[in-house]
Ligand binder design. Structure first.
Ligand code: NAD
Ligand code: TYD
Length: 380
């Protein structure tokens, strides 16, 4: 069958990538969706079991640093769109092994850009109808201060010029124009990849878009990140390691709201633009931890707050950014996107999903999912 578009999604076996793949495969039967993923510890094809047999979907195991393999795939599949999510994504790992982050996030992104450039420039229509969309993080902007207007307790309510009211822990927000100031090896590697993507537009005219999103949560997130790790630990009554005093603030967005934004921006976003994506939803870590404990205890029929004593304050993460808060008005006003889920509702849905998908969690925490796919690919 000839498809209307042939789109590569990188990192589609990971957390956000799997939601994006699912959305595109189901919503656009006229598109061919090619998921390329190296299947690192964070990649799990079980995340896509419900769509793996769809005729418009294909999985290719590939390292994004393999420029020759990616160039061949671009040619063979007539790829006209790339949505790039593959990355090393965990700050704590980046502190231990920064080179892995430079390899995948910087060299990998550059390899995709270079292969796409060579392929598209060799075609008569060149960049027409093409798109290279790079998914990035708000962490590239660095950390914001916790500042409150005098006499007002934090969090306080602010009203954006769009009329949206939201709770905030400080007066500043990350804008698309905020200067990059990354602090962790993870955010430094993502910042570098963002710069390469923009450089390929400015230098070669490649039709690129970059988006910077706040912290995501929801089903299929690897349990090294705060929310799934803590849900799992509460279930097994294991300690909950809260870094420092638990006062750090993150701006949380339900993963399906991010996937909807990616869909909208891929189709309607302006080339060479940057869009910030976030839910105006700031929470202190410790407040999230208490909300998760309350929700898990309620679902498991434990007395409310029974597991509060699992909270264990541990040594802070080195270079721990104090506060992230995204101003996503550009996306809301220009493209009409807004998050659909309130945080309490999203946490309820998320906790329920992890409790109902115990087998997924057990597979991931035991590492069995990797042995299964390693064998599958060895036998091919
Ligand atoms: P994840 O760690 O869950 O998934 C990453 C995926 O990339 C995995 O499937 C992994 O196998 C794959 N991958 C890693 N190295 C690869 C390589 N060399 N070649 C091919 N595939 C490789 O990450 P995530 O949380 O889903 O994040 C996806 C993207 O979104 C990342 O670029 C991240 O920086 C960005 N982002 C994440 C968040 C968040 O809160 N999780 C927020 C904003 C932006
Ligand atoms: P995380 O989910 O790792 O995302 P990021 O570092 O990209 O924001 O962490 C979210 C917040 O939770 C961050 O402030 C660090 C904190 N945290 C803990 O306090 N304990 C933990 O065990 C983890 C994983 C994170």
């Amino acid at each position: 069958m000839k498809y209307k578009r042939n789109i590569v999604i990188t990192g589609g076996a990971g957390f956000i990538g799997s939601h994006v793949v699912r959305l595109f495969v189901n919503k656009y039967p006229e598109y061919h969706i090619i998921n390329i993923d190296k299947l690192t510890y964070a990649g799990n094809l079980a995340n896509l079991i419900d769509i793996e047999n769809k005729s418009n979907y294909k999985f290719v195991k590939m390292d994004i640093c393999d420029i020759d393999a990616f160039y061949r795939l671009m040619q063979e599949e007539h790829v006209d769109g790339i949505i790039h999510l593959a990355a090393e994504s965990h700050v704590d790992r980046s502190i231990k092994e920064p080179f892995t982050f430079v390899r995948t996030n910087v060299i990998g992104t550059l390899s995709l850009l270079q292969a796409a450039k060579l392929c598209w420039e060799s075609q008569s229509e060149k960049y027409e109808g093409k798109r290279f969309y790079h998914i990035s993080t708000d962490e590239v902007y660095g950390a914001l201060e916790m500042t409150h207007p005098e006499g007002i307790d934090s969090p306080f309510t602010t009203v954006a010029s769009s009329g949206t009211r939201h709770e905030a822990y400080g007066e500043d927000f990350f804008l698309e124009t905020t200067k990059y100031n990354p602090h962790s090896p993870y955010s430094a590697s993502k910042a570098s990849s963002d710069h390469f993507v923009r450089a390929f537009h400015d230098t070669y005219g490649m039709p690129t878009i970059v988006t910077n999103c706040s912290n995501n949560y929801g089903p299929y997130q690897f349990p090294e990140k705060l929310i799934p790790l803590f849900i799992n630990n509460i279930c097994h009554r294991k300690p909950l390691p809260v870094y420092g005093k638990g006062e750090n603030v993150r701006d949380w967005l339900y993963v399906e709201d991010h996937a909807r934004a990616i869909d909208l921006i891929f189709h309607k976003g302006k080339v060479a633009e940057t869009y910030n994506i976030g839910g105006f939803n700031e929470w202190k870590n410790i407040d999230i931890v208490k909300l998760i404990i309350k929700t898990v205890d309620r679902f498991l029929g434990r007395p409310e707050g029974a597991d509060l004593d699992l909270i264990t304050y541990v040594t802070d993460r080195p270079g721990h950014d104090v506060r992230y808060a995204i101003d996503s008005r550009k996306l809301q006003i220009e493209l009409g996107w807004e998050p659909l889920l309130q945080f309490e509702e999203g946490i309820e849905k998320t906790v329920k999903w992890y409790l109902e998908n115990e087998a997924w969690m057990d597979n991931v925490t035991s590492g069995d999912y990797q042995a299964y796919y390693d064998n599958m690919y060895k036998n091919r």
